[in-house]
Design a protein around this ligand. Structure first.
Ligand SMILES: N[C@@H](CCC(=O)N[C@@H](CS)C(=O)NCC(=O)O)C(=O)O
Length: 217
């Protein structure tokens, strides 16, 4: 299996972690990335497989697919153990909805924080905080977002990592969420991906060593 990801790709990191959690042998190719030029010029294999020219892209034998959530679906069908979606249909639907909300409802607020002009910053931080509170409440009666550990946790961990780095930290008072992040950071597959990414961000002055240390504490 070959995975194209990027040194600062939130979506690529989701798949890297999932591959690690499933214990799969994988060659991970980090496409060239720079803070100024971003992903240009695009990798030719990524361009061939993904019309959007984005990572992650996965090649597994004859399967060539893109999009982190689509790749999660493939991984779960092709490599069911350990399961990262709940088996029960209702629980699975809830887990998928949480994974989707992490990418498509929460993360766009964090993307707003990447804007150089600072437009919409205060509102984005407030909205991210509201989402944090919602998940903090959800974690009142469970250790993981959808019951057992899985894809929803992986997606939200990566999205909150970028939130921490870009100025939307998890509040100290959100104790359930703080505990969840601590449990996430203790997982080998999570650390194996998050630690080098945070090192890269510290080296490129995207964040400070103290922030990186707090995320992985
Ligand atoms: N919905 C896609 C989003 C992928 C995405 O936005 N990838 C970014 C890196 S995190 C990318 O390759 N950006 C380059 C570009 O858009 O040109 C997924 O879940 O994989």
């Amino acid at each position: 299996m070959k995975l194209f990801s990027g040194p600062m790709s939130m979506f690529g990191a989701k798949v890297q972690i999932a591959v690690g959690e499933k214990g799969l042998a994988c060659e991970t190719v980090m496409v060239p990335f720079g803070l100024g030029r971003r992903y240009e010029p695009k990798d030719s294999e990524v361009m061939r497989i993904n019309p959007k020219g984005q990572v992650p892209v996965l090649i597994d034998g004859g399967v060539e697919i893109y999009d982190s959530t689509q790749i999660f679906e493939y991984l779960e069908h092709a490599y069911p153990q350990p399961a990262l979606w709940p088996v029960d249909p209702a629980k699975r639907a809830t887990a998928r909805q949480l994974e989707h909300a992490s990418d498509e409802v929460f993360f766009p607020h964090i993307v707003t924080l990447m804007r150089r002009d600072g437009d919409g910053r205060a509102e984005a931080i407030e909205s991210a905080g509201r989402f944090h509170s919602r998940i903090d409440g959800l974690l009142d009666d469970r250790d993981w977002l959808a019951g057992a550990f899985g894809f929803a946790d992986i997606a939200f961990f990566m999205a909150t990592l970028f939130g921490e780095v870009l100025g939307a930290p998890i509040a100290r008072g959100a104790t359930n969420l703080q505990g969840w992040r601590h449990r996430m950071a203790a997982r080998n597959a999570v650390r194996a991906v998050a630690a080098p990414m945070l090192d890269y961000m510290v080296r490129k002055s995207v964040t400070e060593a103290a922030v990186a240390a707090r995320i992985l504490a």
